[in-house]
Design a protein around this ligand. Structure first.
Ligand code: GAR
Length: 209
């Protein structure tokens, strides 16, 4: 059984999708803990309700980014994870943390990376006049919103879409591709080489939402 730790900062709908898929599809994995950098993250209540351990490492209680990262690393490591999953975790993690969990640290980002790393992705996609946007699940490397891509969803931008409408449709696809990516990881179905991720059996690494 692979041990998974999920990091959140807020709502936690991706975390919830992962928890449900793990149970429903009987992954060879267990979600050991959900950690948040915000004590008031709504997602913590769901995790507690379904009997998953929760912990908070409040970034405001640490004097520097490095001190926060070190405290988070310790809290995560206490659960001895095989995989650490960032699910709406809104703090940038420093190189020491990333190195500690290299190769077993996944993130979901609401754009078709490498387009629009960082914040306000939907607003920026609309401003740029994109006709297609989406979401990306990737292995985390030291550079922000970068790293080998596991799977992407493509979502059409419809006339009249605003930031919220687009965010909602992209999020619905995140709930499909993130559980798929994490399942592939825990099943050992992914090959990573030369900065690319390939599903060993050739499963499509895209999804049209
Ligand atoms: C998701 O859309 C996720 O892609 C995004 O935050 C949202 C979290 O929602 N993450 C990032 O922007 C990270 N760069 P959730 O808390 O309901 O899962």
């Amino acid at each position: 059984m692979k041990r998974i730790v999920i990091l959140i900062s807020g709502r936690g709908s991706n975390m919830e999708a992962l928890v449900r898929a793990c149970a429903a599809q009987a992954w060879p994995a267990r979600i050991e803990a959900v950690l948040s950098n915000r004590p008031d993250a709504p997602g913590l209540a769901f995790a507690s309700r379904v009997g998953i351990a929760t912990a908070v490492v409040d970034h405001r209680a640490h004097g520097s980014r490095e001190a926060f990262d070190a405290a988070l690393e310790q809290a995560v490591q206490a659960f001895r994870p095989d995989l650490v999953v960032l699910a709406g975790f809104m703090r940038v993690l420093g190189p020491a943390f990333v190195a500690r969990f290299a190769g077993r640290l996944l993130n979901v980002h609401p754009s078709l990376l490498p387009a629009f790393p960082g914040l306000h992705t939907h607003r920026r996609a609309l401003e740029a006049g994109c006709h297609v946007t989406g979401a990306t699940v990737h292995l985390v490397t030291a550079e922000l919103d970068c790293g080998p891509i596991v799977i992407q969803s493509a979502v059409p931008v419809r006339p009249g879409d605003d930031e919220q409408a687009l965010a909602q449709r992209v999020l619905a696809t995140e709930h499909v591709i993130y559980p798929l990516a994490v399942r592939w990881f825990v099943e050992g179905a992914l090959d990573v080489s030369g900065g690319r991720v390939r599903h060993r059996a050739g499963e499509p690494q895209w999804y049209f939402g």
